[in-house]
Design a protein around this ligand. Structure first.
Ligand code: UDP
Length: 346
């Protein structure tokens, strides 16, 4: 298929672009490079269009395209709590413009980056796809609004639309060529590994929560596994999925606490990692774990990597790329401010 990937220069986007190319699809990447990295696509046989989904004409970039994998968007829970309008504009308005342009050019299959944040604080875990969606942040609400658009256009315009609700994406490529590079970085695994590398402390947000050791439980899934799931979802959307909206959780079905992730990182790095208790982050549910059965049954998707493999691959990337992709240009150590806040897809 001829596939456009919005946000294809981002973390999960770049892994998915590779998976699509390897499967023989023709790929065009649409990215404004606000958080993505052109280097992540270096040397790949694809067409790249730098554009803003909220402002630029989209039809020329989508001309001839049959299907879209839509990653482009804002994805930070704390930022969305502070700046909700930004989240509705980029995520909801950008997606609406994309759908209208797809309709005009005749592209009818779409796979959308959604999130377990659309469930809000779940009644219980694991969370199945039919669990009520009651998001508690503008991030979750803006993503849910796009799911609603997709359901409606699937019925009205005959689109095949799949929403993939990610749990926690993590890890890096086995060959060391791709990894997580957010600036500043907010995500747990890179922050733990930065603490391991530099000897600084990592904060644990919430230590008195109703979980097995008092810290947040999350379902970490390797980004290579996620990329494969996108390919499977796309092929389904463009074939038997036309005229239908479907949602899939993408997780492993196994949760790990923050303390368990730190223990896995101590094992993978062989380093003492100092952890410091800190207050919980606003908008963070205590536990989010996927019921992963629907993706297994309908997509034939089974994650291959466990937490140890995720942390090991992330450590190999982190050590060789302490300044992210800029490390490949001799900028090792340039990014001293490795902690803070940033963008993600999950
Ligand atoms: N977390 C933490 N310390 C950090 C970063 C994250 O304790 O420095 C916790 C966070 O509260 C959450 C989990 O780790 O429970 C995963 O956070 P992340 O930002 O990686 O992903 P999220 O679950 O927010 O999508």
């Amino acid at each position: 298929m001829k596939v456009a990937v919005t946000g294809g220069a981002g973390y999960i986007g770049a892994f998915t672009v590779r998976a699509l190319l390897e499967a023989g699809h023709e790929v065009r990447v649409l990215d404004d490079l606000s958080t993505g990295h052109r280097e992540a696509l270096a040397g790949l046989p694809l067409r790249f269009e730098q554009l803003d989904l909220c402002r630029d004409p989209l039809e020329p970039a989508l001309d001839g395209v049959q299907a879209v994998v839509h990653f482009a968007g804002k994805a930070l829970v704390p930022e969305s709590v502070r700046e909700p309008a930004l989240y509705y504009r980029v995520n909801a308005v950008g997606s609406l413009r994309l759908l209208e342009a797809m309709h005009r050019v005749g592209a009818r299959a779409i796979v959308f980056s959604s999130t377990c944040a659309t469930y809000g604080v779940p009644d219980a875990v694991p969370i199945a796809e039919d669990h009520p969606q009651r998001p508690v942040t503008a991030y979750g609400s803006s993503k849910l609004s796009v799911e609603h658009m997709l359901r409606d256009v699937a019925h009205a315009w005959g689109f095949g639309a799949v929403a993939l609700r990610y749990f926690n994406a993590a890890g890096a490529a086995a060959d060391g060529s791709l990894g997580e590079d957010h600036d500043p970085e907010t995500h747990l695994i890179p922050r733990i590994l930065e603490a391991a590398r530099t000897g600084t402390a990592v904060q644990i947000f919430g230590t008195d929560l109703p979980t097995r050791d008092g810290t947040c439980v999350r379902d970490y899934i390797h980004v290579d596994d996620l990329a494969r799931a996108h390919r499977l979802a796309l092929e389904r959307a463009g074939d038997e999925g036309l005229g239908r909206f479907e949602a899939f959780n993408l997780g492993t079905g196994r949760g790990s606490t923050v303390r368990e992730v730190i223990a896995a990182a101590r094992e993978a790095t062989g380093r003492e990692i100092v952890a410091q208790p800190a207050p919980p982050r606003p908008g963070d549910p205590p536990a989010l774990v996927a019921d992963a059965r629907r993706a297994r049954e309908r997509l034939g998707f089974e994650p291959e990597h466990d937490l140890d493999a995720i942390v090991r691959s992330a450590w190999a990337w982190h050590r060789s790329h302490p300044a992210g992709y800029a490390s490949d240009n001799g900028a090792v150590g340039a990014r001293a401010k490795a902690v803070g806040e940033c963008e993600r897809g999950g």
